[in-house]
Structure formats: C-alpha cells, structure tokens
Design a protein around this ligand. Structure first.
Ligand code: ATR
Length: 285
C-alpha cells in the first residue's frame, strides 16, 4: 500500500519539499507520496491527531509549527530537545517521534565547501533564532576551535550560550557573545561566517547581515538562505574573494536525512539539490 508522507506548515504553497521527496520516491521505486498540508496554528493539535489516525508514515514540520509541535509528539530525541524545535517526525508503530535534521543537514553541506577544518577555525554565527540553535548544536557536536555568536538582540544570543553550558557536547567549545558592532569591527579574524537570519531573503533582497569590507581572504561566507540562490551578502563576499555557500545544500541534506529516517534508504542528495536549484532558476551542479 502506498505510504503517505507530508509537510505541515503555514503557508506551504511554495515549499519545494514535495518536489524533492516525490522525485526521490520515484527514482528509488518506493511506493510513497509526499504532500504539503497547510495547517493554521490553531489546528495543529487536530492535524497531528489526524495524522496518527490516518497512519501517516512520517512528516516534516516547518514555520510556524517547529516548536509548538513538540507538545503533541510521543517522544523527542536529545538533539531536537537541545535545538528546541522539531522538523522531522517518524511514525514508529503509532508513536510519533520528533527529530531535528536541520543542524546535521547544514553541517554536511558546509563540510563540502570548507578547505580548513572546522576544528581549526574561528566561526561566527549571526542570529539567535531556531535556525541558529540548529547550526550551533551541529557545530558544537562536531567540534570547533572558537565559536562566536552575534545577534541584533544580544540577550537572545546570551540565552543560547547559557543553554549550551548544560549541553555536554558543547563543554569543550568556547562560545563568545559579541555585538554586531564588535563582530563587524573584528570581521577579519573569522574563518567561517554563517548567516542564520532572514536578512537578504526574497522579497527583501537588499539587506545584508554584516558588512564584508574587511573579511579575510578565503573566508567561507555561508548563508542559510536559498531564495535567492546568491544573496547580496554572498555576492559582495564573492567580490572580496570569499568562498560562498548558500542554503540549498542544507535544505537538500535536511530532507535527505528525514527521508533516511522514514525509509532507511539514503537518497541521492545531489539530485535533490539540483531539483531545488532548477526550480529556483539556477544552474544545476
Ligand atoms: P528562525 O527559526 O528562522 O531562526 P527566528 O527564530 O524568528 O527564525 O529568528 C530570526 C533571527 O533573525 C533572529 O536572530 C532575528 O534577530 P532578533 O533576535 O534580534 O529578532 C534575526 N532577524 C530577523 N530579521 C532581522 C533584521 N531585519 N535585522 C536583524 N536581525 C534580524
């Protein structure tokens, strides 16, 4: 019998997950279908209950439900708890188990472009929301020379640092909280700079999260945004000689990790990435 998978979010009309997952099901000959469900905030509890009754095999969760959904699941794995958000749910014989594949997805994508190991790198993360927590968790798990966190609202960055003091995997990581001003003034010390905010995302494509005038040559500028594929920030960085990395890889990899949790099969991540790039009008790699 065909297995049903899905995405819950609001809005979900422009999501590229159905395209990516359904193509992988077809390619691998798996009898499955992935559908995007537009669920308003007030309907979340009923939607999850309905998924259980309908025996949906697994689903992704996106904005605005990533935090709230945790209340309605039977179990949440440690990494998702640390991040404080769930983006992937597996139906394990009627028990809904929540995971977060964003951080690992991000890290696997980042590892494909960096030249200097993260363990020898000074990393700056901009932003202190859910995406930032996923990235910080993955970087802590991996290990890093030095990690600095900056955000418009510095209090939120401090909260992340406090939470991570209790996370054993982060014990060996030195985490500095720096203001945007300080980070910008010392921008040349960083080897990897990661934008986890929505600054520069379509349709407000003009904004940049931090000035790149004095970046180190060969710095990696990594933007979680994939629409546009090359944000203004990445364009400016590229002109200054930076290695640039957009969010398509993270999007494909988080999807691939979810796909693996649901099916036990590793899909072709390059194909997944190219599906998204083509849809966004870019040239496949
Ligand atoms: P997500 O789950 O995608 O991380 P979020 O939790 O709403 O979304 O977090 C958004 C992040 O982008 C925050 O770090 C936010 O900064 P604040 O904590 O100061 O609100 C940042 N952000 C969004 N728009 C911004 C803007 N115009 N200028 C500066 N920071 C912005």
């Amino acid at each position: 019998m065909e297995k049903l998978f899905g995405l819950i979010g609001h809005p979900v009309g422009h999501s590229m997950s159905p395209l990516m997952h359904n193509d992988a099901f077809n390619q691998l000959g798996i009898d499955g279908h992935y559908h995007a469900f537009d669920i308003e905030e007030g309907d979340l509890k009923e939607a999850i209950a309905a998924f259980k009754v309908l025996n949906v095999s697994g689903f992704n969760v996106t904005i605005p439900h990533k935090v709230k959904v945790m209340e309605f699941l039977d179990e949440i794995d440690e990494e998702a708890k640390m991040i404080g958000a769930v983006n992937t749910v597996v139906n394990n014989n009627g028990r809904l188990i929540g995971y977060n594949t964003d951080g690992r997805g991000y890290l696997s994508s980042l590892l494909t472009v960096i030249q200097k190991p993260i363990l020898e790198s000074n990393v700056l993360v901009i932003g202190a929301g859910g995406a930032s927590r996923a990235v910080v968790t993955a970087i802590c798990d991996h290990g890093v020379k030095k990690l600095a966190l900056t955000n418009r609202t510095l209090e939120k960055a401090k909260e992340i640092k406090n939470n991570y003091n209790n996370y054993n995997k982060c014990n060996n990581t030195s985490m500095d909280i720096v203001s945007l001003k300080e980070a910008e003034a010392n921008i040349e010390v960083y080897d990897i700079i990661i934008n986890t905010t929505s600054i520069g995302m379509s349709p407000n494509v003009e904004g940049i999260p931090i000035a790149v005038d004095h970046i180190k040559r060969n710095v990696v500028l990594s933007d979680l945004i994939y629409n546009p594929l090359k944000t203004r920030w990445l364009q400016l960085g590229e002109e200054k000689g930076a290695i640039i990395h957009n969010g398509v890889g993270m999007f494909a990899m988080q999807g691939a990790l979810a796909f693996h949790k649901w099916t036990g099969i590793e899909p072709d991540t390059k194909r997944m990435m190219n599906k998204v790039i083509t849809q966004l009008g870019g040239t496949s790699c």
